[in-house]
Design a protein around this ligand. Structure first.
Ligand code: TRP
Length: 363
């Protein structure tokens, strides 16, 4: 039998989703959902993981659960095709994490580069919460509970996937073939691996105020594009411009398609021509920004409109999430049963064990 193909991926609900999430993962997710190539698709909000570094701010997580759900629906995730759920509502994930903790060393966790960076960013050096430190283990539980084969995420999640794969191999080696080894699915366009902020900083982040949100109004998008970081040495139109580190061009690499030229900029046939003109000198930033804004509006307008529709019936969105949690829980419980059996902690549903013990005490 063909092995079942299962997608699982998720986001921490600590803010509304932005176009970095979109090109890094959401857009691909919707394509995969609609490709018909996957038997099951799970998309979830990692609220428990979000709490590992927001423990004193539960309200933030609570508010953003609905925002992220709306963003999911707005980009085209379809509850008929994808199970959308919330991590904290699946207690089986905690139990799996607890057992996986035996399979991972402290020094292995300390080597995780993503966790290392996050510890620095949050000034956790001297007081790392254990829950935060061990979130890669909990993430392995998220992935394996659903027997995910394919995890579409950004490149910052690579160390998490490697950790999950190690746990699977270790578990299966010790307890017998039980868990499925997941594969990461990275964006295929380099510009999408990590979209910089509008200010040119390495990452879009709410605290830096350099994000374009999926829910931004057309005006906000326009304004943000107009003030985007380009090449600071490109002062006059006639000056030659640089493409490296030029955020407008990075965004074009992520969003521009050949057909956009026919629609919005007939002076050029493709992005290469624009880049050549810009590097040569004689092409002003404003023109390039206008083109980028048109492309972003084309992509974001339907998303914004769909979001508005779903915002009209918020209770229905919560109901959708609740149903998703029920479905997800069934799958996770099934895997947990198998894990317990493999680890020999299934005392009461094992008639052979009881009979064998009875024998031993009565011969
Ligand atoms: N760590 C991911 C992020 O910050 C969210 C996440 C939690 C996740 N568990 C996951 C992603 C499992 C993929 C699979 O975006």
């Amino acid at each position: 039998m063909e092995k079942e193909k299962v997608i699982l991926t998720g986001d921490r609900p600590t803010g509304k989703l932005h176009i970095g999430h979109y090109v890094g993962s959401l857009r691909r997710r919707v394509e995969l959902q609609n490709s018909g190539q996957y038997q099951k698709i799970f998309v979830f909000e990692a609220d428990a993981q979000a709490l590992t570094d927001n423990i004193d701010n539960p309200e933030k997580v609570r508010q953003n659960v609905i925002e992220v759900a709306l963003d999911y629906l707005a980009v085209g995730l379809d509850p008929q095709k994808s199970t959308i759920f919330i991590q904290s509502q699946i207690p089986e994930l905690c139990e799996l994490s607890f057992y996986y903790m035996d399979l991972v060393t402290v020094s292995r966790l300390q080597r995780n580069p993503t966790v290392k960076t996050e510890i620095q960013m949050r000034n956790f050096e001297t007081s790392i919460p254990v829950g935060f430190f061990t979130y890669p283990i909990s993430q392995a539980a998220d992935i394996t509970a659903f027997k995910a084969t394919t995890v579409p995420v950004g490149e910052d999640q690579e160390p998490m996937l490697e950790q999950a794969r190690e746990i699977v191999r270790r578990f299966n080696h010790i307890y017998g073939e039980t868990l499925v080894e997941p594969e990461i699915l990275l964006p295929d366009n380099a510009a999408c691996l990590r979209l910089p902020g509008t200010d040119g900083k390495a990452k879009m982040s709410k605290s830096l105020g350099n994000c374009i949100y999926l829910s931004d109004s057309a005006d906000e998008v326009e304004k943000k594009v107009r003030s985007m970081f380009t090449d600071p040495t490109h002062l006059r139109v006639s000056d030659p411009g640089k493409l490296e580190g030029n955020t407008v061009f990075t965004y074009l690499d992520a969003f521009c398609k050949p057909e956009h030229f026919g629609r919005y900029w007939t002076d050029y046939a493709n992005l290469e021509e624009v880049k050549a003109h810009y590097t040569r000198g004689g092409l002003g930033d404003m023109k390039v920004k206008k083109f980028l804004a048109a492309i972003l509006q084309e992509e974001l307008t339907p998303i914004r409109e769909r979001r508005k529709e779903f915002e009209k019936d918020i209770p229905a969105v919560y109901e959708m999430l609740k149903k998703g949690c029920e479905v997800a829980r069934e799958t996770a419980a099934q895997t947990l049963d198998e894990v317990r059996r493999a680890m020999k902690i299934n005392y009461f549903d094992d008639a052979a064990l009881i009979a064998e013990q009875a024998q031993r005490f009565h011969q």
